[in-house]
Design a protein around this ligand. Structure first.
Ligand code: ACO
Length: 367
């Protein structure tokens, strides 16, 4: 049975920075309150030209470049997002098109902020089963488009961004060692985007009542998060046959510094064992774990052979953890020119659209 290794990683965040002081000009809040209760100092906000697919594609190209893998080598693309561009088509398909990943199946996975952990696990299972060799997992969000900028309880928390991992089959032991996934739909109403789906389709009333914005019971989510972070980390470690002392770092979902601090105390681990960057990006939901991972690798906090836990929680309710032995890129004789593939993805997409148009002219379009 092959092992599933993380061989590439990349991130992409929009340029505009929104500081706590900027927020204080919009809602009744202040920098001191936000920093003390959440640890957040600033977050990135998508420009009009940034979308989950564009941020996700950018992160994916960087991850492919690290893995030295062509988009056309991909067998599977899983896009984990809570802010898809449409109900359908899947954002994963938009990314597949922008990459020119012509041989890959593509689908979205929605498990809110735990989504990236679920998605890595799904990709790793597909690799270990022998069904596929190369997978791309993306976490990408533009939460700023679903935030009520008049609600100080939520608008201070969230930010936009994307991160991506490449997973590949290898005979070398290591890679994803264990994963646990949990859910409890009885808490679904604690963190929800009530309208815009098939239960409450968009109407004038739903829009007037602000039901297209994120609703959250912050205190309940806080209580839930501190409990499950510890539980699922311990469960995943046990499944991998490891203890917390084997870990180089823990990379948690970046929702709130106080939640991570409580988890550190619950696990009786020093806080410096945790990778934390919530102060600069806020809560980027499914993108937070891969973004924190990329920064940890760049700072040398995660190197080949290190054991790491990824742990997350979110709406659903969902939670989960994953243990991995970090490896890095597989040896490869060639160097892929990713700039060429960025351009090729666009050209291929235009050519396909022209081809479809011409076929329509030849065979006749239905009225
Ligand atoms: N600025 C100033 N005051 C504020 C603000 C603000 N932005 N927001 C709330 N307050 C006020 C409240 O109105 C309240 O005032 P009151 O006592 O007069 O009513 C007071 O501050 C305390 O409010 P609490 O809600 O009790 O504050 P708390 O310490 O619980 O912090 C927070 C709120 C930060 C939202 C916290 O509950 C939290 O982090 N919860 C978890 C949120 C989370 O992680 N969500 C995402 C999870 S999953 C996912 O990522 C999708």
């Amino acid at each position: 049975m092959p092992y599933a290794h993380i061989t590439g990683w990349g991130m992409s965040v929009p340029e505009p920075v929104l500081t706590n002081d900027d927020l204080a000009k919009i809602v009744d809040t202040n920098d001191a309150w936000i920093r003390e209760r959440t640890g957040i100092r600033e977050r990135r906000i998508a420009r009009a030209t940034d979308f989950p697919s564009t941020l996700g594609t950018s992160a994916a190209l960087k991850a492919l470049s690290v893995a030295n893998l062509k988009p056309t080598d991909l067998d599977l693309i899983i896009c984990s997002t809570s802010t898809p561009e449409h109900l359908f088509p899947a954002t994963a398909c938009l990314i597949q098109d922008q990459l020119g990943a012509t041989k890959a199946g593509a689908f979205d996975l929605l498990a809110a902020c735990t989504g990236f952990i679920y998605a890595i696990n799904m990709a790793a299972q597909s690799i270990r089963s022998g069904a596929i060799k190369n997978a791309l997992v993306i976490g990408t969000e533009t939460l700023s488009r679903f935030v009520n900028w008049e609600d100080r309880n939520t608008c201070i928390l969230f930010g936009d961004g994307a991160g991506a991992f490449v997973l590949q089959a290898s005979e070398k032991p290591g890679g994803i060692l264990s994963a646990v996934m949990h859910s409890d739909g009885s808490g679904g109403d604690l963190l929800t985007l009530p309208a815009g789906g098939s239960r409450h389709p968009a109407t004038e009333a739903t829009i007037r009542e602000g039901q297209h914005y994120i609703y959250m019971d912050g205190r309940e989510v806080f209580r839930f998060a501190t409990k499950v972070m510890v539980q699922s980390t311990e469960e995943a470690l046990k499944a991998a046959g490891l203890t917390k002392d084997d870990l180089k770092v823990i990379i948690p979902h970046q929702a709130n510094f106080r939640i991570i601090d409580a988890a550190a105390r619950g696990l009786k681990l020093p806080i410096d064992r945790f990778v934390i960057n919530v102060e600069r990006y806020g809560n980027t939901s499914t993108a937070s774990i891969p973004i924190a991972t990329v920064e940890a690798v760049e700072k040398g906090r995660l190197q080949a052979g290190d054991k790491v836990v990824f742990v997350g929680f979110g709406a659903g309710l969902t939670w989960g953890a994953l243990v991995a032995e970090w490896m890095g890129p597989l040896p490869s004789p060639r160097k892929v020119n990713m700039g060429r593939y960025r351009l090729w993805g666009r050209v291929r997409s235009i050519l396909h659209r022209i081809e479809r148009f011409l076929e329509g002219l030849i065979w006749g379009r239905r009225a």
